[in-house]
Design a protein around this ligand. Sequence first.
Ligand SMILES: Cc1cc2nc3c(=O)[nH]c(=O)nc-3n(C[C@H](O)[C@H](O)[C@H](O)COP(=O)(O)OP(=O)(O)OC[C@H]3O[C@@H](n4cnc5c(N)ncnc54)[C@H](O)[C@@H]3O)c2cc1C
Length: 532
Amino acid sequence: MKIATNNLQTTPFLIIGSGIAGLYTALKLSELDEVTLLTKETLAESNTSYAQGGIAAAVSPADSPELHFQDTIKAGAGLCLPDAVKILVNEGPERVKELMQLGVPFDTQAGKLALTREAAHCCPRVLHADGDATGRQISQTLIKQVLANPRIKLKENSFVAALLTADGRCYGALALDPVGRQHGYLAKATVLATGGCGQIFADTTNPQVATGDGMAIAFRAGAPLADLEFVQFHPTALYLPEAPRFLITEAVRGEGGILRNQQGVRFMPSYHEAAELAPRDVVARSLLTEMGKTGTDHVYLHLSALEPSHIKSRFPNIYETCLAYGLDITKEPIPVAPAMHYMMGGIATDLYGRTALPHLFACGEVACPGVHGANRLASNSLLDGLVFGHRIFAYLAGQRLASLPVPPEVEATLSAETALAQVEEDRQALKALVGAKLGIIRREEDLLTAAQILTPVVLPKGPSLTRKYLELQNMRLLARLMVNAALQRTESRGGHFRADYPTTDPKWEKRLLHYPNQTKFLSATTPFHWNW
Ligand SMILES: Cc1cc2nc3c(=O)[nH]c(=O)nc-3n(C[C@H](O)[C@H](O)[C@H](O)COP(=O)(O)OP(=O)(O)OC[C@H]3O[C@@H](n4cnc5c(N)ncnc54)[C@H](O)[C@@H]3O)c2cc1C
């Protein structure tokens, strides 16, 4: 689809998404020039707002970037890119300090930062704010700052449907307003900060906005995606029939919460030496196994070792939410089961957030610079958004950007695969399929079934373009790519477990990079590098 340039507005920098990555990068880039930030709902609606546990950084004298590096590499199961992890752990403390300067009220104890230890961290390293409302505090602080910044133009309810491209590079994006009108934004640099894709799965801790749009539109425009088989399932999401799959943060286990099966037996010590604080994939699979053994669909998280006053002050958000569903967690255990939580894969980016498509950048959960490898270390993702948002700023600050480019004609690729009338039904069917076939434990026959069902269906006439319709297309495209990646990796590693290939195979110490017409294999230690 061609778009005439007279339908376009121009802006030096275009940012898409208002989670930690988008808001922070907007603030930084406003130091260089004017910024337009588009987001598909309100500014506050994002995965970031729901983050509970906190943000990891080596800020304590007993800790060091080197220790943080080792923990991250170990969790990543052989596929972290060491150069990217070094950047994350070395630049992380400085970025967290910046958050404090911007006004994020991290919790303190006896005048010092209060730090929690989470699974697979060797020491207390996780800063939190307002107990378990860290994400909300970060989001609100950054929103306050962007609202007060005259160089940042904000557009809420602006759904980005496609990237604008011409001559093999990105010139901005095409957005739909709530009544379906199209608005084009032409920019020197476009930053995708659209977050993850949890909504593809039936059970997820992610909010409704997490439909993987950024990954899908970048892929259609020619930017490859990496590590799509690696999905992190959180072991402990609330399991009450009438409640959403609300996260019960790992910090609850970090502070003494114990998992017991329906017979009241503590089971984690028999699965892993670190028991409740084993890596997330291990805990999630152990829960599934235990649920299978006892023929149930959930287990219980007991907080009896914690003082009620401590539960209320350290986890006020969880306490209040559970109470709203009739569960007093100071008195009763919490029913929990695993749910999709975080996408390790995403748009392949280099160490400055550059994608393969010139002038297109990405940071945060939508991007894959290689810091998480096959499994993300808890509380490293908020940090990832900050650190690589800053790398984009550093790159652009060092560039002499040409005057705003105005190509004769830009192109946006919008796809049509299913009929509009069935969008909601199709969305639910897709989520059920992905939940059943691409879950915590994968098998070839399930993946092949999913791959067959997910074949593109091209209808002769596309329906009118709505946000819901385009989200479904994005979800289908990503589901298809994720299933293909999971089929190709015939081993188990980190967030990808194949029941038919249950061990880790050293010959698979490589990454899969997906282009529209081919998949490439890459060494795990080589950064992506693009020649712009
Ligand atoms: C319940 C929960 C708890 C978590 N706890 C932690 C934690 O304690 N520590 C930690 O490090 N990580 C945690 N995570 C993960 C972490 O929150 C996310 O990885 C991180 O916030 C992602 O930030 P982001 O800015 O990349 O994306 P998001 O915060 O998801 O923001 C994406 C933004 O893009 C917008 N958007 C999406 N598509 C479009 C489109 N097509 N057009 C326009 N706008 C669009 C969305 O509306 C949203 O504003 C948690 C996640 C969840 C769900």
